[in-house]
Design a binder for this molecule. Structure first.
Ligand SMILES: C[S@@+](CC[C@H](N)C(=O)[O-])C[C@H]1O[C@@H](n2cnc3c(N)ncnc32)[C@H](O)[C@@H]1O
Length: 231
């Protein structure tokens, strides 16, 4: 998908008041996996409208964020102003930061839009201090396996999908890769796997969004990876 495609998504994303998938499941879990970030220099890669940046800023991180979409960044800047150093950048290219600049990197729900993970993972390695960690949340290969027709789990497949949102339907394209391929790409970048997690939504999801709660507690939706640059 192009920056213009993500610009179109920005308005619909922004209009959504509370999403069980993002606000009650993905964001609380990825923010928790970032650990104690007080005083740490943190990059949010593919920061979108900046909600994770706001959470991590509140936990005392010195935040930087980038995204491909100017419209997503405009939403983030509206919310957070100059508390955060935002840039326009592409995960699939060399990133505009120095070697070993960050203690932690978060990449929430952006990696499945990238066909080849070689560049983003080697860039995360370059940007991290030794011992630094990157937390990635992305589509679980099991979830997308059914959408891809359920035929070849081991295939690397482009999926075309539509998501119904309160303000319209989003047409999206993203890449599904098997877990084996993720692990191979991580190892090739020199990163160590600290944790692979399939977490649960927050308990309040059950009352507020019973259907989403049922799905999230019985089928994997996103997979969470904590990767470490060796000391
Ligand atoms: C599903 S949104 C997630 C936004 C935010 N991380 C969150 O979880 O709320 C995906 C984001 O990834 C960004 N994105 C997609 N491909 C990208 C790329 N190649 N480089 C940088 N950002 C990208 C999109 O513009 C969009 O803001």
């Amino acid at each position: 998908m192009t920056a213009t495609d993500f610009d179109k998504l920005a308005k619909i994303y922004d209009a959504e008041k509370i999403s069980p998938w993002n606000d009650l499941y993905e964001r609380p879990n990825s923010t928790e996996l970032m650990g104690d970030v007080n005083g740490l220099t943190v990059l949010d890669a593919g920061c979108g409208g900046g909600k994770h940046c706001a959470d991590l800023l509140a936990k005392g991180a010195k935040m930087h964020g980038f995204d491909l979409s100017e419209k997503m960044l405009a939403i983030a800047k509206d919310m957070l102003g100059d508390q955060i150093n935002f840039k326009t950048a592409n995960l699939a290219e060399k990133l505009p930061y120095q070697d070993a600049q960050f203690d932690r990197i978060l990449c929430a729900l952006a990696m499945h839009y990238v066909k080849d993970w070689t560049t983003p993972l080697s860039e995360f390695y370059r940007l991290l201090k030794p011992g630094g960690k990157v937390v990635i949340s992305t589509h679980h290969p099991f979830m997308d396996h059914a959408l891809a027709g359920g035929e070849d789990y081991f295939a690397h497949t482009l999926i075309e999908d539509s998501w119904k949102k309160p303000d319209g339907t989003l047409y999206v394209r993203y890449w599904r890769r098997p877990l084996t391929q993720m692990i191979e790409e991580i190892k090739n970048a020199g990163l160590e796997i600290d944790l692979i997690k399939e977490p649960m939504p927050l308990p309040e999801t059950q009352k507020q969004f019973p259907d989403a709660y049922q799905k999230l507690t019985t089928q994997p939706r996103f997979i969470f990876l904590v990767l470490k640059k060796p000391d």
